[in-house]
Design a protein around this ligand. Structure first.
Ligand code: DON
Length: 558
């Protein structure tokens, strides 16, 4: 009752478009791509767990209830604001196996072998999720493994009714699983597509999760599960060896930190490019009054596109795994550098990206997932995890229920050659044994004078960065509530290909004319919604969670 009165008061002093309304909570909030997984996280906090406990439980649950991206066979990044106000980040990105080499996806003539880095056992990076989740739990959680993994085991063992969304996804991915019997077995009903409402059980995955619960990391990286992964690799010309699994470690890294109009922005540093680019783009935009130009105006789109163009060009040159390549992070997030980089910006004229034939935008449906968690003590968790493509490599390791990633395609497999997100890269992101492939994942936390303000992030390959950016700009510059900031149409530019990609309704006909006049010729509507930015805004003592309407799932608060 108290809460709804408060909500009414707040509603009366904010301007809303017709976006879905945020969910309000005072004690805890989880917003994720799966309602079942959000519920798991909220139950953990109701039972006294903190936001990290809830995030770990949500992530294990997503591996069961949202298998196209939720995973234990992939990797991710997490940014956490502790109750002390300190912000920490954990990199549990996949690594290249030790037998990987720079030209492993090229033929004798130096041409890319189609599909080898996306649809083969060689596409798989050494998974980081299990080590990451358990390291996070041990360091900043309060509960034991049983408490946070058991809900996922229950969902896998007892099963749950398939939503329309999941049944449709399974049906559409089956043909790409034809050569993998264990994958067909997992995702089909004895060879036939599942229907919405069917109860879907994953007994093998339940057993694997049980092993992780009892034995910790070694329940995944060695013992019977590790052995099954290695056997699957050996049978199929894959690269992951027992030592690759045994040596996998997640890494605590310094967050990248910037400021934007008096707010502190905390992001994930390399091997993700996300934090650096979000901050770099915000730095370039800070001297311009985007709010006065107005959301959706040609002027705002032009300013943001031009900043994005420059930042993504830097990404291709400078960003890679900092353990293997010296990334000039301080330079890239420096405000003076941003001013210099943007000095040639013309408010009336588009600049030109280099002329590279970029081919198609996305060859197959990509999939990653982002979720946000906050507890009553102000602990905030911004978590993005992925298998890379939807259902990763499509390979389920027989006997384990584990679906493997195809993250190796995020390396620059050949200089200046676009990957599946049309991103190009160079030496900084070339393949080396043990190296982590560059990511765009941008789990982000924004604070104001050190106090909680916002959690955001998204899937979407190269569009992840500009999605997080737009949620921040929508709230800070355009004064939107979180419902509008997340729901309203987005646009994206990544230097190459030289084009503005946009959601339906992002660019009105007269705005398009204006952009054309400035020289933005290539303006293309995306065939799917850009991003899925499950976010939380904290204001006046209330958490407002929003499930991005572009995807399934739920924000649940209490
Ligand atoms: O790490 C990255 O940047 C990519 N592997 C993310 C893939 C992705 O977001 C696909 N999702 N929609």
């Amino acid at each position: 009752m108290k809460l709804s009165l408060l909500a009414l008061l707040l509603l009366s002093c904010q301007v809303f478009a017709a976006s879905p309304e945020a969910v309000y909570g005072e004690n805890g909030m989880v917003t994720s791509r799966s309602a079942l997984a959000s519920e798991v996280g909220v139950e953990i906090m109701r039972g006294g767990g903190n936001a990290v406990d809830a995030a770990v439980a949500t992530a294990f649950a997503l591996a069961v209830t949202y298998p196209s991206a939720g995973n234990i066979g992939g990797g991710g990044f997490v940014v956490v604001r502790l109750v002390t106000g300190e912000v920490v980040t954990l990199d549990h990105r996949e690594r290249a196996p030790m037998s990987a080499s720079r030209d492993m996806y090229l033929d004798d003539e130096g041409n890319v072998v189609q599909g080898l880095s996306t649809r083969s056992h060689k596409a798989v990076g050494v998974p980081g999720s299990v080590d990451g989740l358990l390291t996070l739990l041990e360091t900043h959680g309060t509960l034991n493994r049983r408490k946070v993994i058991q809900p996922a085991i229950n969902l896998a063992r007892r099963g749950f009714p398939l939503t329309y969304d999941l049944a449709r996804q399974f049906a559409s991915v089956l043909t790409r699983m034809n050569s993998y019997p264990a994958s067909l077995d997992k995702f089909s009903n004895r060879g036939k597509p599942y229907s919405p409402g069917d109860i879907w059980k994953q007994p093998d995955l339940a057993k694997t999760l049980q092993r992780i619960m009892s034995r910790g990391s070694s329940g995944f990286y060695d013992g019977p599960v590790g052995a099954l992964i290695v056997e699957e690799m050996q049978r199929n010309n894959g690269n992951i060896a027992a030592a690759d699994l045994a040596n996998y470690r997640s890494v605590w890294r310094d967050p990248v930190q910037g400021t934007y109009r008096g707010y502190e922005v905390w992001g994930m540093g390399p091997p993700s490019s996300g934090g650096v680019l979000v901050i770099q783009i915000l730095n370039m935009l800070e001297s311009y009054d985007l709010g006065a130009m107005g959301y959706g105006s040609g002027a705002v789109i032009h300013h943001m596109v031009e900043a994005e163009r420059r930042a993504y060009a830097d990404r291709a040159e400078h960003l890679g795994d900092p353990d293997h390549y010296e990334v000039p992070i301080a330079m890239l997030i420096d405000k003076q550098y941003a001013r210099a980089r943007f000095a040639d910006f013309d408010p009336d004229l588009a600049s030109e990206s280099s002329d590279i034939d970029a081919g198609q935008w996305v060859k197959e449906s990509p999939e990653t997932t982002h979720f946000s968690v906050m507890d009553r003590d102000g602990m905030m968790v911004s978590f993005t995890t992925t298998l890379n493509s939807a259902y990763g490599s499509k390979i389920v390791v027989p006997g384990t229920g584990i679906l493997l990633n195809n993250e190796m395609n995020d390396f620059s497999i050949k200089q200046n050659t676009p990957n599946q997100f049309q991103l190009i890269g160079r030496v900084a992101n070339a393949i080396e044994p043990g190296k982590r492939m560059l990511s765009s994942m941008s789990p982000t936390i924004v604070t104001k004078d050190g106090e909680p303000f916002m959690i955001t992030g998204s899937p979407g390959g190269s569009t992840i960065i500009t999605t997080a950016l737009q949620v921040i700009v929508n709230v800070i510059d355009h004064g939107m509530g979180i419902g509008d900031a997340v729901s309203l149409p987005r646009f994206h530019h990544q230097w190459l290909p030289d084009r503005i990609l946009h959601d339906a309704f992002a660019i009105s006909p007269d705005t398009r004319v204006k952009l054309n006049e400035m020289g933005h010729r290539n303006i293309v509507q995306s065939s799917r919604g850009i991003g899925d930015a499950n976010s939380i805004l904290y204001r006046d003592g209330t958490m407002r969670g929003i499930k991005d309407p572009r995807g399934d799932g739920a924000a649940i608060g209490f």
